[in-house]
Design a binder for this molecule. Structure first.
Ligand code: ADP
Ligand code: MG
Length: 417
């Protein structure tokens, strides 16, 4: 096996979910030293811990301050980083834990979803030079004022990729509770199969469309800096997992690489609006100013020269979007506002769609044959998304998966699926 200089590994919440698992991670880290000279390990909080802490804050106050919530939840990663370091030292390996503010991972001041401005690798490099395995608390940083910030859910992946880029690591390995990136969420779709390779571009689409196996921003950063990524299981031994990297010829020949389901979407309709130039600007201006990202939009002509405008937003943005939309509706004399709190967005993603026509038509037919009504459609070069009633989301995902993703030649030697 060719030996590398530096590997960054990241272990998610389930992977460090108990002391037993933390010990197992320590052993895996030590074993990995056979493949490289230096190692940095990024950890998440123990499974369930972040939610437990958030619930505590909400028991104390209905609207806890974002700054204090960050100070609270960042402690989850502090615990797992220290415990893993102690476990490594118990195995006789020099190791040192570092928190976001100790590097520092410098961020803006958007508590709860801060963006990384820069990472100073000096302290990590020093600790590595002294022969340590360096364990870094993921998900957290510090702003210019010295306050602790967090980077958003799933952002342990982001810490790992950003560190790998800053340290010019040879490889960033994401260890999680599945053994790679699958053609659909393996916990929802029994016929999903593991991909050996996927391009940054497809992975970015899938992550943005609901495949949480990798965090969206982490994939974007990996693509921008060309950080080679591997997604592997922290529970099973030896598997090669999935490589995420630049596209190659073989990848382009695959029509659909994956199917995703996103249940965290809401749909709003402003009904019966007089159709004039500038209408869309009137509606979407205030929504954009409130920092709400609108996903899909459709406008259809109704009776008597009036139209309906329908769009989707992330579910967490629904209350704010409703406020804005009701105000606009009153101003422009719309007949009413309707909304569905939860709709399902199902998408197919693949580089092959660039050159193959007819995917959309097959997709619509497959859903129609199941009696599933399509409420909205959006397409881009490498994906097609449809919004359907939340009740049919999982069914739609399975129907599309089995239509577009060819069954594996070898079902992994398992007979129980
Ligand atoms: P971690 O805590 O290790 O970061 P996550 O829960 O964030 O783990 O991500 C792993 C989960 O992602 C899996 O358990 C799986 O349910 C889900 N997932 C969704 N889509 C996919 C996919 N296409 N391939 C693999 N896993 C997926
Ligand atoms: Mg994750």
């Amino acid at each position: 096996m060719t030996s590398m200089d530096l590997i960054v590994q990241k272990y998610g919440g389930t992977s460090v979910g108990s002391l037993e698992r933390i010990r197992a991670v320590a052993e895996r880290v030590v074993a990995s030293l056979a493949r490289c000279r230096r190692m940095v390990v990024v950890v998440s909080a123990m499974a369930g811990e972040t939610n437990r802490l958030l619930a505590l804050a909400r028991q104390v106050s209905e609207a806890p301050e974002a700054r204090e919530v960050d100070a609270l939840v960042a402690s989850g990663e502090q615990v797992s980083a220290a415990l893993l370091t102690i476990a490594l030292r118990a195995l006789g390996r020099p190791a040192l834990s570092l928190l976001g503010h100790q590097l520092p991972v410098l961020t803006d001041s958007n508590h709860g979803r801060a963006r990384i401005r820069s990472i100073d690798p000096e302290r990590v490099l020093q600790a590595l030079a002294q022969g340590n395995i360096v364990v870094v608390a993921g998900y957290q940083g510090v702003n210019a004022a010295g306050d602790i910030t967090t980077l958003g859910r799933g952002a342990g992946d982001l810490t790992a990729v950003a560190l790998a880029a800053a340290l010019k690591a040879d490889l960033c390995e994401i260890y999680t509770d599945v053994d790679g990136v699958y053609t659909a969420d393996p916990n929802l779709c029994a016929s999903a199969r593991k991909l050996d390779r996927i391009s940054y571009e497809e992975m970015l689409e899938m992550a943005g469309l609901g495949a949480k196996v990798l965090q969206f921003r982490a994939v974007g950063l990996a693509w921008r800096y060309g950080v080679p990524l591997a997604v592997r299981s922290s529970f099973s031994a030896g598997g090669q997992g999935t490589w995420v990297g630049h596209e190659d010829k073989a990848m382009e020949e695959v029509l659909v690489s994956g199917v995703t389901l996103d249940h965290n979407q809401s749909k709003l309709t402003i009904a019966g609006v007089a159709d004039r130039p500038g209408l869309a600007a009137r509606i979407f201006g205030p929504i954009a100013e409130a920092g709400i990202v609108v996903d899909m939009i459709i406008q259809n002509a109704g009776a008597e020269g009036r139209t309906d405008v329908t769009f989707t937003v992330a579910r967490e943005d629904l209350p704010a979007a409703l406020d804005k939309v009701k105000a606009v509706a009153a101003e422009i004399g719309a007949q009413g506002v309707r909304y569905e709190e939860q709709v399902a967005k199902v998408s197919v993603v693949g580089l092959g769609m660039r050159t193959h026509a007819g995917v959309a038509a097959r997709m619509f037919k497959a859903l129609a044959d199941e009696g599933i009504n399509i409420e909205m459609i959006a397409t881009s070069e490498i994906k097609i998304s449809v919004v359907v009633n939340a009740r049919y989301g999982e069914l739609a995902m399975r129907v599309l998966h089995d239509m577009f993703v060819p069954a594996a030649a070898h079902p992994g030697g398992r007979e129980d699926r």
